[in-house]
Design a protein around this ligand. Structure first.
Ligand code: COA
Length: 382
């Protein structure tokens, strides 16, 4: 297996972008990544997208995106794993370069969610149709069940969950690509409109349009393109039951744990070796469950750990320095590669006001549905 490096990144601004369509969002991010890398050709492309069929009545993204990138005859693939679609696209591009099949691979993700389609209905396609969505459960509803169970089992409080949102909005206030760039207080979160009790508006990631892209190549070749070599040292993926009720313990995201374990094993690293991480905070409780499943704190202690400031920019393990899904936004199919974009910014030292000091190793964790799939990558600056 060859070593693999990330040599280019690009993303669009995230937000409610009614005037932009699916293809132009993707092409903008891809062209930015190509320019950033300085490559003059692509060998293949992986496009992560969750549900362009339901949102935009547009499938066949491999052809469309290669076409609009001006890449006739490119080997291209569309990858779907709900909200983990582009995390998985990144993993497949990594495998293709590592295997020796291709040298220059574009991995990206896109979602156009403001189209007039019912976003809650479209997103529910990532849940179990027969046992969850058919009965009216939604993603805020499913994560509310997880939050209630976590509160009952471990004593997690509303204030602890609110601390996650306040921290992510603070980080996002320094990210020009973020959908929401306003700082908020604990009171903003606690007094917000209820969405699915105990989760309110500010416990939820928003509905977002956007795209992100990255260029991968063999580590040996990377030296021709950049002086800042960023190596992919770990990659792990895992699935779990699609329906929440079929898990032994709904407070423990076992797919996240397994994908993290596999990435740590591949990298020969432990959670304490990671300097900062982007985790899938689609809801505040999800960030708490994810930092537990990834071993950044003890299981059951994610609430007090977050409230005590350990996950802040200057904390023990800065989490979601980009603003996370909560503040940066969550165009579902684009989120996984957008996390990689933040890792690369931090490792290059170009993250501006949200820069983590001595950032040498970052972890990205991207999750599908209510934890039915998860993919983890660890990047290290050489
Ligand atoms: N956080 C903070 N503010 C938000 C927000 C969020 N998540 N979502 C919307 N807003 C703001 C809007 O900017 C708007 O503000 P304005 O009145 O100042 O312009 C206001 O709230 C109303 O926005 P609207 O788009 O009408 O919200 P909504 O009620 O239709 O949707 C949610 C709110 C929380 C239901 C929606 O964002 C949602 O479903 N989020 C979860 C998405 C999801 O499940 N993703 C998959 C995860 S697995």
């Amino acid at each position: 297996m060859r070593d693999v490096a990330v040599i280019g990144i690009g993303m669009t601004k995230f937000g409610e972008l009614w005037w932009r369509n699916l293809r132009e969002l993707y092409v903008e991010a891809a062209l930015k990544a190509i320019k950033d890398a300085g490559v003059d050709h692509l060998d293949s492309m992986y496009v992560g997208c969750m549900t362009s069929g339901l949102f935009c009545a547009q499938e066949h993204l491999a052809s469309m995106m290669a076409d609009y990138l001006g890449q006739k005859h490119l080997a291209a693939y569309r990858i779907e794993s709900a909200c983990a679609s582009s995390g998985l696209a990144f993993r497949l591009g990594f495998i293709e370069v590592a295997s020796g099949m291709s040298d220059i691979v574009l991995v990206g993700g896109v979602e156009k969610m403001h189209t007039g389609a019912d976003a809650t209905y479209c997103l529910a396609a990532a849940a179990d149709q027969d046992y969850e969505a058919f009965h009216g459960n939604t993603f805020p509803g499913l994560y509310a069940l997880i939050a209630r169970a976590h509160m009952a089992k471990y004593g997690t409080t509303r204030n602890q969950m609110a601390a996650v949102a306040v921290k992510n909005h603070y980080n996002g206030s320094m990210n020009p690509n973020a959908q929401f760039q306003m700082k908020i207080s604990i009171d903003t979160v606690l007094n917000a409109t209820p969405v699915a009790d105990p989760l309110g508006l500010f416990d939820c990631s928003p509905v977002t349009d956007g795209a992100a892209a990255a260029i991968l190549c063999p580590l040996e070749l990377a030296k021709q393109y950049t002086d800042t070599i960023i190596k992919v040292v770990g990659s792990g993926a895992a699935t779990s039951t699609i329906a929440v009720h079929q898990r032994d313990d709904i407070t423990f995201l076992d797919a996240v744990h397994m994908s993290g374990k596999r990435a740590y094993e591949m990298a020969g690293l432990k959670p304490e070796d990671i300097d900062f991480a982007e985790v899938h905070d689609c809801f505040t409780i999800a960030e708490i469950c994810n930092i537990e499943a990834l071993g950044f704190c003890e299981v059951g202690k994610g609430g007090p750990f977050s409230e005590a400031g350990n996950t802040a920019l200057d904390g023990k393990i800065p989490i979601n320095t980009s603003g996370g899904l909560k503040s940066k936004g969550h165009p579902v199919g684009a989120t996984g590669v957008a996390q990689i974009v933040e890792l690369v910014e931090q490792l290059r030292g170009t993250a501006g006001g949200r820069q983590v000091k001595n950032a040498k190793r970052g972890l990205a964790q991207n999750m599908g549905g209510s934890g039915g799939s998860s993919v983890v990558h660890i990047l290290e600056v050489q």
